[in-house]
Design a protein around this ligand. Sequence first.
Ligand code: EPZ
Length: 415
Amino acid sequence: MINGGKPLSGTVQISSSKNAILPIISACLLTADECIIKDIPGLDDVFVMCDLISSLGSRVEANIRKRELYISTPEITGHTAPYELVSKMRASFLVLGPLLARAGKAKVALPGGCPIGTRPVDLHLKGFEAMDAQIEYGNGYIEATARTGRLKGSRVYLDFPSVGATENLLIGAVLAEGCTSIENAASEPEIVDLANFLNKMGARIIGAGTDTITIEGVDRVHGAEHAIMPDRIEAGTLMTAAAITGGDITLRNVVPEHLKPVTAKLLEAGMEISESLSEIRIKGVPRPFPLNIKTHPFPGFPTDMQAQFLALMARAQGTSVIVETIFENRFMHVNELRRMGAQIRLDGRTAVIEGSENLQGARVRATDLRAGAALILAGLAARGTTEVQDIHHIDRGYEFIENKLQRLGADIKRM
Ligand code: EPZ
């Protein structure tokens, strides 16, 4: 429940990254030794991922106060990622790589679609076939086996720089026989964090963060300690909250480099932004300038910030255009924003937004994680009360979002 119209102010600490920790938890399957993961975010998806690897043989302990996970996998005792988990959280598909690498076989449910798109996994599977895995389909599952019991290093070209496919193949290549190069790889910061963790385990990876990643397979890897990188999308979301309310906030525990495309667009919209090594201060303006935005793989403008910026542009002084090039149906938030008075025209993957002075509070529904975040942002700026329903979507990717916003002066509470 949000009563809008209050400019945010103060300082907020950013949590560590959901999209970095999920593949890193999966990578712990590669070794019998203990891995210690620090600065974990308290997110539903983290615990789902821990449940999944536990069902595959991992021992997982969490010290919530110290925000640490202790994971060791003496041996792989299960090889199946069941439909009920994969359909709930697509990242479950990321156990395919480590299972093939460590145990030579895996049975993983095909992730169904989700609100933002069909989200196929063909690039993951094509890559593993190139690494000498045999893939069989049946009853909504894929069964993968390394033909000789061990994946073989290979050159893999990704038709699209898929984040998940890059992560799955990267983890799988660590224990493969020989060298693998992943070309047209995704270069998101979360992939660099994963590669850093794998190299601490004794993997031999170069090029993470570029479009070509080279992995020299090793026979085994050992345990490692790793602190997860800050969540650039949570940071971008809170920066946009300051922008849409005309506030003035300082974010702590950020990597400004990871936010360059978001910062560039907020500056273009008229915000004032200053950066230090691990902090960003942003001052909003009464009404943002309109923007033209096209989402792209990193280092382009992130699709995970598209919904939040669409909410911001609903208040711009002019007409904005946002093109979503990554997912085919990532405009579920548009209908809900229209209920708050936003003037938005959709044409396929293009949204045209006529900015208006004020949004009105309304009862709206979160359809997916970032759409839910966008509705909170709109509620913070709207006149009157906004009630956002189905907020479990939001809890998947934002830790205590209402507490962080309350501390910044927002009138928001969880019912
Ligand atoms: C990751 O999803 C993120 N999730 C998503 O964040 C993010 O939106 C996405 O990357 C793009 O940046 C996690 O990291 C857990 P992709 P992923 O594979 O790996 C197509 C959030 O809000 N594709 O890069 O699933 C696919 O259909 C979530 O935190 C294929 O066609 O993204 C999509 O259109 C949402 N074949 C596009 O590529 C494949 O084999 C991007 O997918 C794989 C993907």
